[in-house]
Ligand binder design. Sequence first.
Ligand code: ZN
Ligand code: ZN
Length: 659
Amino acid sequence: MSEAALIDVRLPDGSTKNIPAGSTAAQLAAAIGSRLAKAAVSCVVNGREVDLSSPLADGDQVSIVTAESDAGRHVLRHSTAHVLAQAVLQLIPGTKFTVGPAIEDGFYYDFDLPGGRTFTEEDLVAIGKRMSEIVEANQPFVRSEMSPKDALSLFADQPYKCEIIQRVTSGDADANDAGEVSGGDSVSVYRNSDTFVDLCRGPHVPTTGRLGHFALMKVAGAHWRSNEKGPTLQRIYGTAWESKAALQEHLVRLEEAEKRDHRRLAVEMDLLSFPPELGAGLAVWHPKGAIVRKLMEDYSRERHQNGGYHFVYTPHLANAQLFETSGHLDFYKDGMYPPMEMDNGTYYPKPMNCPMHCLIYRDRQRSYRELPLRLFELGTVYRYERAGTLHGLLRIRGFTQDDSHIFCTQEQLATEIGSLLDFVLSVLRRFGFDDFSYKLSTRNPAKSIGSDEMWERATTALRSALEKLGAQYTIGDGDAAFYGPKIDIDVRDAIGRKWQLSTIQADFQLPERFGLEYVGADNQRHRPIMLHRALLGSVERFFGVLLEHYGGSFPTWLAPVQVRILPVTSAHEAHVASLVTQLVDEGYRADTAVADEQLGKRIRAAKLERIPYVLVVGDDDVRANTVGVNPRGGEVQRDTAFADFLERLRADVREGSGR
Ligand SMILES: [Zn+2]
Ligand SMILES: [Zn+2]
């Protein structure tokens, strides 16, 4: 080949680029533009993620991965994890290092420190400083491949690395190893100084100089390969971003999230608690939390009643037979509580309401005229979650679903899903969410039941409902459960976090297992399709999400106390009591705090409870039947006629304006 030989590579937009043979991806990026070259951190060649230094061949499909993309951040974060390990090994000789993957928003690395010591605050500061020095030194990440034998001798004093090499090369690798090395005859390592080399499949940024916008967040205990019986390790968590601004934004977001942590607000506002005597993952609701929950549930019931749903109740326990029929004992046993033996039978707390709703459907012959049949229950279910994964209300062991099962004909499916989606969004909007994203999960042919026609019809129905809505949605190709396609709806909260809340799931399996039928217009028996739909998801989790979304400042229609009226002195207490009675009689949640403490102190206490309206009543107010209105987050208005305030309160509750 002559020196001037050229090759064509294909770019993501379908165009081709003509470059000198032997060019690397970095050179390709530079040929496309200096901005791309500057932002590039790695690349994907023919579907494989590789380093920018990889030479390209004629016909390669190449896309350059930039730092501000999700994939690019992943590379930045994992590369920063290497630098973290390098710093720790330099500062604490004798440390054994294990694995350091990129995770959402950051990375971690697990270490086995000599003599069982643990990291201190001072360690973290020193490690962060050393990492900055490594970044400053702009060391290149150099990849090399070697035989497992050579790799074992390179890592002779690193037992965890040796274990990974052995496991991977003997074909025993599992998800824990996936990020570390690819299997086969050779093992890849990345070196970025004379003294630091790590086992790694890559890719990495070209040099440590590309890093630097990182922060070390915290230290936690961890176990080797998540095995609780295995050695205890010390994990350092960090975050890393493509720019100083992005890092700053993330840290501010974290601070905001911390302030809004529902576990903290629940205590501060006296909403609920998790007493240790009760057991992990179980909460008791105090009056102020319970009233908010009741309002949420009342609203849900009202909407379902108006939406043509039939309310049902089902028990918390069921005979094992039921879960054999439903398939839960075959496919969901790990998520179920242990069985109870009684009356010569085996019983389980229910993990889901669906099988019981199937029994209601099957109790008598159904006609097509009854369909769609929409059953609704606020049904409490019990699911076993490992203790380590429990998290306040967001992950608990017993919770109540606003659970609906809709039985319909194939022909009704499209219309039903369309109106169901509208219904779900309208309810979520009332709770203050208006930024939604959608995911459509489609069939995995290798793992599914039901005919091609059923899948086609259900998937088309879900897709056209999304399209009619004009919604942008992502497709999880092959992500559907084996029994049917589904739509997941995520909401974005006030500080930009995404929460997965609602699901609309088509199910071809349970009607089959329970032998559900209806008699059609043709007088023949047919099988209905079943839709599972949880809207809030779990009432407990939704409450936790709402609490964080509002930072505790519930909109007036949901606030535990809507109005607190404060007498300036005890002389005004009788008048205040009559105003409170007026409000309570009208159905508002109003109270007072008597004048045995300073007014300022009582106002501060009310603010801490995030009460939407604090009214103050003094001498002039008693005479003129006025109040001083002190609205949450607003300006104080003195001498407001009580009737005018009442009008304002009515409008606020009606609109659910969130003030
Ligand atoms: Zn690596
Ligand atoms: Zn269900």
